[in-house]
Design a protein around this ligand. Structure first.
Ligand SMILES: [Zn+2]
Length: 260
């Protein structure tokens, strides 16, 4: 059984076969649960709806750092209302910092990252962190937050792309490390080292579908059935069986999102 902890099935690219995938294909391929993760304000609503329509789909609601420009306090209230109405909302995300494209002001990104962490704490939900080319600032914000509030922040660093020392710090704080198709790429030496050195109990599987398809599908539309290639890559790196990777990461994901 596989838990895809990060996917975007509300994306346009699934318009042609979304119902077949979520209603049938994924389950037949051993994909037992999917966390659909919102990115912008529209997808907060479409993610919420998907989780209400399909048994195996859960929802993370939040706004990606590249999409924070139009945000207002009313949007935070809207996210809070949806989480209170729908028990399948299990996390706040994806939230964080992205300095890769320089299209969104870093100060504004930071403001809404912090606001959404505070919302997660208020609701007692884990956070799904998106962090790209922003290792230091992400760590600084989470660390400061950690000191300022005695209460613990839980969550996952999705599509983990930083070096091993940072991964160890996240793991020590109880965070999960999200591993997907990138681990199958030839040039992913850094991620392979992270996977090798951190315990399996801190790893969760993710596609980021429709993005980041594993080898040999690199560049194509990704979906959760392709996680078997990620499972095999992790099993090979850690020299354990694919079944062990599936079982342990499934339990990790259930713990992360407070499911049983
Ligand atoms: Zn994503």
């Amino acid at each position: 059984m596989i838990f895809d902890t990060h996917a975007h099935y509300d994306d346009d690219r699934f318009d042609v076969d979304r119902d077949q995938l979520l209603g049938n294909t994924l389950r037949a391929a051993g994909i037992r649960k999917v966390m659909n993760v919102a990115a912008d304000l529209d997808s907060v609503d479409s993610t919420n709806e998907l989780s209400l329509r399909y048994d195996d789909v859960y929802a993370a609601l939040g706004v990606h750092p590249s999409e924070v420009d139009p945000l207002t306090d009313a949007d935070m209230d809207h996210i809070r209302d949806l989480t209170e109405e729908n028990p399948k909302v299990r996390a706040i995300g994806e939230i964080g910092l992205d300095y890769h494209y320089e299209d969104s002001d870093p100060a504004l990104q930071e403001k809404w990252f912090i606001r959404q962490i505070e919302l997660a704490k208020e609701l007692d939900y884990p956070i799904v962190v998106h962090s790209r080319d922003a290792a230091e600032d992400t760590m600084r914000i989470l660390a400061r937050f950690y000191e300022k509030n005695s209460q613990r922040i839980n969550g996952v660093v999705h599509c983990y792309s930083y070096a091993l020392p940072d991964a160890r710090q996240y793991v020590n704080r109880g965070f999960m490390i999200g591993v997907g198709g990138v681990v199958t790429f030839k040039n992913s030496r850094k991620l392979k080292e992270v996977v090798s050195e951190i315990p399996l109990s801190s790893i969760v599987l993710e596609t980021d579908a429709p993005y980041l398809a594993p080898v040999p599908f690199r560049g194509e539309r990704n979906d959760s059935t392709r996680l078997t290639y990620v499972v095999e890559a992790i099993a090979e790196i850690k020299n354990i069986s694919p079944e062990q990777v599936e079982n342990v990461t499934y339990e990790n994901a259930m713990r992360l999102y407070g499911l049983s």
